[in-house]
Design a protein around this ligand. Structure first.
Ligand SMILES: Cc1cc2nc3c(=O)[nH]c(=O)nc-3n(C[C@H](O)[C@H](O)[C@H](O)COP(=O)(O)OP(=O)(O)OC[C@H]3O[C@@H](n4cnc5c(N)ncnc54)[C@H](O)[C@@H]3O)c2cc1C
Length: 411
């Protein structure tokens, strides 16, 4: 146990467990009799843990993987749909350094374009594509022998107690813990925080194959408008195979379908016929994280920590970096900030972008289009990553200005 001496007074901490497992196919259903996982649960009982993860998705699993040798004896993960049961989607990401996802990449591009514009290098970035199922399968295998109780139920609330512990109320009973790592956006404090602007990025993706070579396999298309509210991006996996996605910003989650993507293909690649054997869709909440939690050892993770970039959605690279950072702080016995505070200038820009979505969902798309056409793509990616030096910001602001003025006129 690496954080000895940091537990609240009166809390018993045990190291080592006698029985535990991460069943791949059938995590324990609750309430349950003592099962293969060694978890006993009766609806009236209160179970005590050193650490409880509320939500067991990407961020929780990455942190568990980082900390598996340092975790205290009693660890539980509460999640109604554990990793192996989650549907696989495609994750694209860009990075200028190696990431743990790279070895699962089914495609990688160092050249990209916007609409009809000529391809350009995106160095120092590489754009990559992985299947979430491959990442999750690897994480599940690495965590198989970790001493963790996987509790297949939903948390309803997280609160603090007078004795310094936290209480997690779930559909199947109550847990008490010294530490709570929380990536469940729907329970309080909810993500996005209602006190600041929020929006949703709705997306649909299809894996397509064509009956003849249609795509330039070395070039990713990062932005191509589908209509006034949606844009497409296309990641070719070969001359006759690609992942094509649509993205739509809006005030609320909405279902989008593949019809505009199929029309886009017919329009862009006349003469070729396409089949789309795989379709996926989902919504990514965009906004700001809650700054207050139930206490200093109630630590937010992943999207809920504010690691999904409010203005553009994606976050798996930020999530892995933050997991490594949190693990380092834990090992060094240093405080873990419960939430993430954005630096002020970037937070203001994100606020402005989200306000545009609330005003008129066509505006953020027009703004993205203007910026991505006006400046080199690598600079746009650096801007979204908050890694652009101030002297390079002027060209971005100039290209965004017409949309900002347009929005001011619409007040
Ligand atoms: C269709 C789709 C496509 C995406 N594409 C990309 C992409 O291309 N690139 C990219 O970087 N990101 C992408 N993302 C976003 C990426 O999946 C998330 O950033 C990442 O999964 C966030 O990790 P997380 O741990 O915060 O959340 P999750 O991985 O969602 O984990 C949260 C967990 O909490 C659990 N949970 C929820 N409520 C409760 C509760 N009350 N009690 C207990 N458990 C609860 C859920 O079951 C889930 O397992 C995409 C998302 C979707 C939906």
């Amino acid at each position: 146990m690496s954080r000895g001496g940091r537990w609240p007074r009166g809390v018993m901490v045990r190291s080592g467990r006698t029985s535990s497992s991460l069943p791949k196919d059938s995590p324990p259903d609750l309430p349950a009799e003592a099962g293969e996982s060694g978890v006993e649960w009766s609806p009236m009982s209160v179970r005590e843990y050193d650490v409880v993860f509320v939500g067991g998705g990407l961020a929780a699993s990455l942190l568990l993987k980082e900390l598996r040798k340092e975790l205290p004896g009693r660890v539980a993960v509460v999640d109604p749909s554990p990793l192996p049961t989650q549907p696989s989607v495609h994750w694209s990401y860009w990075s200028h350094e190696r990431t743990p996802y790279d070895r699962f990449a089914i495609g990688a591009w160092q050249r990209a374009k916007v609409g009809d514009m000529p391809p350009e290098s995106i160095a120092p970035y590489t754009m990559s594509l992985v299947r979430s199922g491959d990442v999750f399968a690897d994480l599940a295998a690495r965590l198989e022998s970790a001493p963790v109780d996987w509790l297949r139920t939903s948390a309803r609330s997280i609160g603090s107690r007078d004795d310094g512990m936290y209480e997690v109320s779930t559909d199947a009973g109550v847990l008490r813990a010294c530490w709570v790592f929380d990536s469940a956006c729907d329970i309080g404090p909810a993500f996005p925080t209602p006190h600041r602007p929020g929006a949703v990025l709705n997306g649909t993706g299809i894996r397509v194959t064509s009956d003849r070579p249609a795509f330039d396999a070395a070039t990713a298309t990062l932005f191509d408008p589908l209509d006034e509210r949606s844009f497409a991006y296309l990641l070719p996996l070969g001359p006759d195979e690609a992942l094509l996605e649509s993205a739509t910003f809006g005030p609320v989650a909405e279902k989008t379908d593949a019809a505009p993507l199929l029309r886009y293909l017919m329009d862009r690649y006349p003469g070729a016929s396409f089949v789309a054997p795989h379709e996926e869709s989902g919504s990514i909440p965009l906004g700001f994280p809650p700054l207050r939690t139930a206490g200093p050892r109630h630590v937010l993770l992943g999207t809920k920590r504010g690691l999904v970039k409010p203005s553009a959605g994606y976050g798996i690279v930020r999530i892995v970096k933050e997991s490594e950072e949190l693990a380092r702080l834990w090992r060094e016995h240093r405080p873990l900030a419960p939430s993430r505070r954005d630096s002020r200038p970037w937070a203001l820009l994100d606020t402005g972008f989200l306000q545009l979505v609330g005003k008129d969902p066509r505006l953020p798309l027009a703004l993205l289009g203007n910026v991505m056409r006006a400046v080199p793509l690598a600079r746009s990616l650096g801007f979204i990553d908050e890694q652009l030096p101030p002297r390079q910001l002027a060209s971005i602001f100039l290209s965004a200005l017409p949309i900002v003025l347009q929005s001011a006129v619409r007040k």
